[in-house]
Design a protein around this ligand. Structure first.
Ligand code: NAP
Length: 285
């Protein structure tokens, strides 16, 4: 008898980072999750097949994420854990201490991916924070170094100072904010693009008729259409859900086959770059 679809292990497509290592195109976001709810959600996501997790010092849930990985029973080596250096931990020694504290909370002796959470340009510390991430990578405390919410000129400042582009930039991206210029800049420099807020909830995407119409034709969630659209562009997505059924559907996109007509319709949802949280002025701590 074949395994029912509801319990079949997820088969998540992958892409590669610049060094050739594999990374899932669909990961699991955890912002806003705390305590036992976070432990359970992470254990359920990893248990059903997610192998890429996204947390941050700022989320206050790193300990719960680490516990969820252990509770899942899946070997540590099979899961990529991402965390982020908080704004208040920027600067050489503060960033080192920040990453060490993240490791302690996660209960890990090495973290797979570390990102600078926001550039926070008012502090003028993102270049030295980047230099520290490169040092920590050379020491083996972190496997991959990247950033989040960096604009092309901020990425260029990192490269000018160190000769190294980040391996990954996690940016706000959904059919409402397609970020064409940023994605093509990343491609040009071997930087993987990862989408936060990939379901576009902040931009009211769920209520868009164009998205609903495509989802109804394919008999899938509007969320799955948004995720497929990004994955088809080679973009890593990290949808968050506390609901095990939604977690599975968000990572089950095989039947979501978009046509050129669908993509043209989705292109009409672009709200423009002005709606993106602008990291020249928006800062987080
Ligand atoms: N780097 C940054 O600055 C930054 C900023 C924001 C977020 N992030 C990361 O990106 C992750 C994802 O972003 P996000 O959490 O803001 O937004 P998101 O993943 O786009 O959307 C999450 C919301 O959509 C709902 N949802 C999930 N799957 C659904 C489905 N199939 N149908 C309908 N609703 C669904 C969730 O509710 P339920 O939980 O009830 O299912 C939740 O309210 C975060 O968790 C975090 O890890 C990074």
């Amino acid at each position: 008898m074949s395994t029912p679809a509801s319990v079949r292990p997820l088969s998540i497509p992958t892409t590669t980072l610049r060094d050739g290592s594999t990374i899932p195109l669909i990961g699991f976001g955890t912002s806003g999750m705390k305590g036992t709810a976070a432990v359970d959600a992470v254990a359920s996501a990893v248990g059903s097949g997610y192998r890429l997790l996204d947390t941050a010092a700022q989320y206050g849930n790193e300990a719960a994420v680490g516990q969820g990985v252990r509770d899942s029973g899946v070997p540590r080596a099979d899961v990529l854990v991402t965390t982020k250096v908080a704004g208040g931990d920027q600067g050489r020694e503060a960033a080192r201490r920040g990453v060490e504290e993240s490791l302690r909370r996660l209960g890990l002796d090495r973290v797979d991916i570390v990102l600078i959470h926001w550039p926070n340009p008012s502090r003028g510390l993102f270049v030295e924070t980047w230099e520290m991430l490169l040092e920590l990578r050379a020491e083996g405390l972190i496997s991959h170094a990247g950033v989040s919410n960096f604009r092309p000129e901020q990425l260029t400042a990192l490269h000018d100072a160190t000769g190294e582009w980040p391996e990954l930039n996690q940016i706000q991206l959904s059919p409402a904010l397609p970020r064409l210029r940023e994605v093509s800049f990343h491609e040009e420099h071997g930087i993987a693009t990862e989408a936060w807020g990939p379901l576009g909830g902040r931009e009211g995407l769920f209520s868009q008729f164009a998205l609903q119409r495509i989802a109804a034709r394919l008999d899938v969630d509007p969320a799955q259409v948004s995720l497929r659209w990004a994955v088809d562009r080679g973009i890593i997505v990290i949808p968050k859900s506390t609901d095990p059924d939604r977690q599975r559907r968000n990572a089950s996109l095989e039947s979501v086959v978009l046509t050129d007509g669908d993509r043209a319709l989705l292109a009409t949802l672009d709200l423009g770059e002005d709606r993106v949280w602008d990291s020249r002025v928006h800062e987080e701590w």
